[in-house]
Design a protein around this ligand. Structure first.
Ligand code: COA
Length: 339
């Protein structure tokens, strides 16, 4: 399969980048808080009041991250009025790739028939979708590619420790996708701010399964390949980091929170979103919230919420929209988009 190479980009002026289509897919199986009450020592009341999550979706054994991603991608292509052959580049943001390699993006390419695309994955945990949008935007701005498919996709159920009530109630599976192009006279991504702090890698991580602690017969029972999280520390940094990113992206766009028609935040905990709303002094009803139905789907979360906001008409042409995310790494980012 071939991919287009850069086309005499040096002389050309920078291009604006628009999101021209969105899509999402979540698995059919619903796992409710009531279901979890039967497997770990928890209650629907605790989960709802501490997190806002009521249920999450769980992929079937034959459903891989690339299957969820491919379905979201097909929905985005249809929404954009494009075909898979139009796609020059596929970027998948995920912490649950089908395999270490090939990339999940390559599996998506094969499943949707995007024969003209170059493909790679990025690892930026729950911030991955916005990191990928920023990478895509750089490729389009510089005239390297014309049409880029960005997907956030996760099968977090495969890395959750289902005996750990501190984490297993929080996460779910799903995928969201966006197609990016330059549209003459169109609106688009105005500013993006990205940041990371590797000193805090140990508050949210998966210790094993990589080169540091390969899974062996001896450690197989230790669940090293599952999510470990210091909830309180993560919470604290999520609020301060997302606020900081929001302010920086808004300042770069020469806007204030009051200018925003809609805010699409990472879907980890309703209390985190409420704290951000309060500190930005923006009413909560301007935030897109779907974590009650899907829980935290990591790189997919903001992508699924963006698609829902698009399909339900939450964003009108010309509206300013803020996307803001946070995840393990630590990584965080915010983008201001004019819809
Ligand atoms: C995880 C989180 C919901 C926990 O909420 P919290 O109010 O901080 O709760 P605490 O950690 O203080 O735990 C309070 C108590 O509830 C208990 N608890 C934890 N999980 C529980 C559960 N599912 N059901 C019942 N009790 C639970 C704890 O054991 C603790 O008990 P103790 O006081 O007897 O020790 C919250 O810290 C959070 O959302 N953190 C950020 C998570 C996040 O954003 N992760 C992803 C980032 S991408």
């Amino acid at each position: 399969m071939s991919s287009p190479t850069s086309r005499s980009r040096k002389q050309q002026p920078k291009r604006t980048v628009s999101i021209v289509g969105t899509g999402s897919y979540t698995p059919e199986k619903v796992l409710s808080n009531g279901d979890l009450e039967r497997t770990v020592e928890t209650t629907d009341e605790w989960i709802t009041t501490r997190t806002g999550i009521r249920e999450r979706r769980i992929a079937g054994p034959d459903e891989q991250t690339s299957d969820l991603a491919a379905k979201a991608a097909m929905a985005a292509l249809e929404n954009a009025g494009l075909t898979a052959e139009d796609v020059d580049l596929i970027i998948v943001a995920t912490v649950t790739p089908d395999m270490f390699f090939p990339s999940t993006a390559c599996f998506v390419q094969q499943k949707i028939g995007a024969e003209n695309a170059a493909c790679f994955d990025i690892s930026a945990a729950c911030a991955g979708f916005l990191y990928a949008i920023e990478i895509a935007q750089q490729f389009i701005t510089s005239h390297t590619y014309d049409t880029i498919l960005v997907v956030g996709a996760e099968k977090l159920s495969s890395i959750v420790d289902w005996t750990d009530r501190n984490t297993c109630v929080l996460f779910g599976d799903g995928a969201g996708a966006a197609l990016l192009q330059h549209r003459a006279g169109g609106h688009g991504v105005i500013s993006t701010y990205m940041a990371s702090d590797g000193r805090l890698s140990d508050i949210l991580y998966i210790p094993g399964g990589g080169s540091r602690f390969p899974i062996t017969k001896e450690n197989a029972g230790d669940r090293l390949n599952c999510i470990k999280m210091n909830g309180k520390e993560t919470y604290k940094h999520a609020v301060t980091s997302m606020l900081d990113a929001a302010h920086k992206a808004l300042a770069a766009a020469n806007l204030t929170p009051a200018d925003l028609a809609c805010i699409i935040p990472h879907q980890a905990n309703l209390r985190i979103i409420e704290a951000i709303a309060q500190r930005l002094d923006v009413p909560l009803d301007r935030f897109v919230v779907n974590l009650d139905r899907f829980g935290n789907t990591s790189a997919a979360a903001v992508a699924i919420a963006l698609d829902e906001a698009n399909r339900t008409g939450r964003m009108k042409v010309g509206d300013y929209v803020l996307l803001v995310v946070f995840g393990g790494g630590l990584t965080w980012a915010a983008s201001v988009i004019q819809w």
